[in-house]
Design a protein around this ligand. Structure first.
Ligand SMILES: Nc1ccn([C@@H]2O[C@H](COP(=O)(O)O)[C@@H](O)[C@H]2O)c(=O)n1
Length: 334
């Protein structure tokens, strides 16, 4: 398997997209969906914190990325949570209430094989033997293939964490990955979990490796992927940095952020810039709450709160402006 090394995910994303789009190994149509495909692919990231895609033509949704990563940390399989941020995901729900293969939270924190908390196992394994190569979170469940016409089979096989040279490295193993859409959120979530775990263990962040069986671009996205590749400058151009998570145990902050997420998702609360500032959370997590409030303003057609926007890191402001230009683009005349 060829593995190329990149500084940031955006560099890896564009390179992988270019390879598959221009030099596919196969043209096929698994489950009727025509695609360009390469098999046995992978890349390595030197700075997994830089996990966002800022090419405007891609219109990546940083709010959904955080929502999905936090949905995993919440351990939930509930469709209503994640569907609010990505309505199309409902197509993967067999019962209209929950998700199975797509919901990695239950697999991570109470795996169906005995309800095992695999994240705690990883922390204990690495604490007991920092050189261990056993710190694995299993996602794919062999019973998934025995379900007739299963519409939601986990694409991720496992996540592995290794402490090397005092840094926490991560590896995501996937049986299949949509290089245009799925990879954006999968790499975001896996590197987010790597960073979360590194901060918890008091370690710096090492490399992240993404290893995939079938990596593909669906024909339905081919024109859009071509536009993204055409619009991307060769070196990716200047980009604002993605913020780093605070050191230490972030669980208490995640729980508070999840409480706010639910209140904002259900429109049971709204947050002004001053109210946000008064929250008892580190700036990193206040900014995540602010992203959910910004999204609430879009969904409920509230007037965009410019003061709230101004309080955000530039990378988030740019992302919101690209995704929802009508709401968060530059005000006329500015
Ligand atoms: N985390 C995910 C989930 C799904 N995908 C994409 O969905 C496809 C599912 O179809 P299968 O026939 O493979 O079950 C999968 O191939 C990916 O294209 C993803 O990328 N990431």
């Amino acid at each position: 398997m060829e593995t190329h090394t990149f500084g940031t995910f955006q560099d890896a994303y564009l390179s992988q997209l270019r390879d598959i789009y221009h030099s596919p190994e196969f043209r096929n149509a698994p489950r009727g969906q025509a695609s360009r495909e390469r098999i046995g692919a992978g890349f390595r990231l030197l700075d997994p914190v830089q996990r966002h895609i800022s090419v405007p033509a891609r219109r990546a949704n940083v709010v959904f990325n955080f929502a999905e990563a936090l949905w995993y940390l919440s351990g939930s399989d509930r469709l209503d949570f994640i569907q609010y941020y990505a309505p199309g995901i409902a197509a993967y729900s067999a019962d209209g209430r929950t998700l199975r293969g797509t919901a990695y939270g239950p697999r991570i924190f109470r795996h169906p094989a005995g309800g095992v908390n695999q994240w705690e196992n990883v922390v204990k394994t690495l604490t007991d033997d920092p050189d261990s190569k056993r710190a694995v979170i299993q996602i794919f469940d062999p019973r998934e293939l025995a379900v007739a016409d299963n519409i939601d089979v986990a694409c991720t096989l496992a996540l592995q964490f290794l402490i090397r040279d005092g840094l926490l490295c991560g590896i995501g193993y996937m049986r299949a990955n949509d290089a245009f859409r799925g990879a954006v959120s999968d790499v975001f979530s896996f590197t987010f979990l790597q960073e979360f775990t590194a901060r918890y263990l008091g370690l710096g962040i090492g490399t992240y490796h993404h290893v995939v069986g079938s990596v593909h671009i669906y024909d339905s996205d081919a024109r859009w992927a071509e536009r993204v590749l055409d619009a991307a400058t060769p070196d990716g151009g200047p980009r604002p940095g993605f913020p780093a998570m605070p050191d230490g145990d972030n669980w208490p902050h995640v729980r508070r952020v999840l409480e706010w997420e639910e209140r904002l998702r259900t429109n049971a609360a709204r947050l002004s810039a001053d109210a946000l500032d008064a929250l008892d959370l580190p700036a990193y997590w206040k900014h995540v709450v602010a992203l959910f409030e910004a999204h609430r303003q879009v969904r409920h057609e509230d007037t965009p709160d410019r003061a709230l926007l101004a309080a955000l890191p530039e990378v988030y402001r740019q992302s919101l402006a690209v995704k929802w230009p009508g709401h968060f683009g530059s005000p006329a005349g500015s």
